[in-house]
Ligand binder design. Structure first.
Ligand code: ATP
Ligand code: MG
Length: 336
């Protein structure tokens, strides 16, 4: 299948106390139609900055994309570089060609408008749908995402819905215009486990039905195993390992991925992951400060495999197997 999103060499920087820090430091990432790509890593690794960069929602004057390309194929079939697109063109793409769901539903919902109005707004703006037709479509969407009594709910305000219902409503809103790409940044993290599973099922079903590409941000490897086709593991602004989920889980070739897998407390259904429960160790040490990065591999200070060469040069992404890459010079010695 064709790529919908092709990120090449993306670098996103923040200005912090007069210094520039690279929260995303030259990442390459592809999302194809119909696939789910998970972006995983510890807190502060740059996952949200990546998704905000794709949406071009970085706080102006604070964060900025400073290198790279983000080639995006829109619904019209044209490929555009989102990095150089002007703000007006970007507004036409946001919510229309690209849908977004965030961790906290209230970041996407406006407390003073009814749920139905907010969902229909997107159709009115992007498609010029008339008021009553848009409201009917909103009710159908709420029904589609599993909200019972959708017509009554459409007239309610966000505070009248439970957390799980609110997240369903933001999914309805994200999907209103039939996007080709959905960016979901920790969409279930704020919800309790049962609701979490329901929302993941919902997203998976909708994706299959619509053939969307999904970029799914999470720190939960169990969730990755459950829903993703491919995974990219981020550490301190770089992708250190990427590949098909089953392959990476069975045969991790970066010490950081290995550490994440070994620190998983409990495992999902995927048999490839069962063995991870045998050892239960958190990765010792801390993520380095972006303002004070070590020379060479950023993971070296925490890495049991590190040798002198690791502290000298930043390792390039090496091909381990078809579609599987690792930024570790000792990848051949890493094994579960
Ligand atoms: P989490 O799992 O906690 O959501 P994350 O991987 O999404 O973590 P990001 O939100 O992408 O992490 O942040 C990566 C780094 O970028 C942060 O550690 C911080 O140094 C920097 N950063 C992010 N937002 C800003 C900002 N508004 N101003 C300055 N620095 C920022
Ligand atoms: Mg985040």
């Amino acid at each position: 299948t064709e790529p919908i999103l092709e990120i090449k060499g993306l670098r996103t920087v923040f200005r912090v106390r007069g210094r520039e820090i690279a929260a995303v430091n030259g990442i390459d990432l592809v999302v194809h139609a119909g696939e789910t790509v998970a972006l995983v890593g510890e807190s502060g690794s740059g996952k949200s900055v990546t998704s905000l960069s794709v949406m071009r929602l970085l706080a102006r004057g604070i964060g900025a994309i400073d290198a790279g390309e983000m080639l995006f194929r829109g619904k019209d079939g044209n490929v555009r570089d989102l990095v150089s697109l002007d703000e007006e063109a970007m507004r036409r793409i946001r919510g229309n060609d690209i849908g977004m769901v965030f961790q906290e539903p209230m970041t996407s919902l406006n407390p003073v408008y009814s749920i139905g109005d907010q969902i229909s707004e997107s159709l009115r703006v992007h498609r010029g749908t008339g008021r009553s037709a848009a409201l009917e479509a909103a009710v159908a969407l709420l029904d589609k995402v599993g909200i019972p009594d959708a017509r009554r709910r459409a007239g309610q305000y966000p505070h009248e819905l439970s957390g799980g219902m609110r997240q369903r409503a933001t999914i309805a809103m994200a999907l209103a215009c039939d996007p080709t790409l959905l960016i979901a940044d920790e969409p279930t993290t704020a919800l309790d486990v049962t609701i979490q599973a329901q929302i993941l099922d919902l997203l998976q079903g909708l994706q299959r039905e619509r053939g969307m590409g999904v970029l799914f941000v999470t720190h939960n490897l169990g969730v990755v195993a459950e829903i993703a086709d491919r995974v990219a593991v981020m550490y301190a602004g770089r992708i250190v390992e990427c590949g098909p989920v089953a392959e990476v889980f069975r045969n991790p070739r970066h010490p950081y991925t290995l550490g994440l897998l070994n620190s998983m407390p409990r495992l999902g259904a995927a048999s490839a992951m069962k063995r991870a429960g045998e050892k239960l160790n958190a990765i010792p040490g801390m993520v380095p400060s972006l303002a004070d990065m070590p020379a060479g591999c950023a993971f070296a200070p925490r890495c049991g495999f590190a040798i002198e060469a690791c502290r000298q040069n930043i390792p390039a992404l090496e091909s381990v197997a078809a579609g599987h890459g690792s930024r570790c010079i000792r990848w051949q010695e890493i094994a579960r």
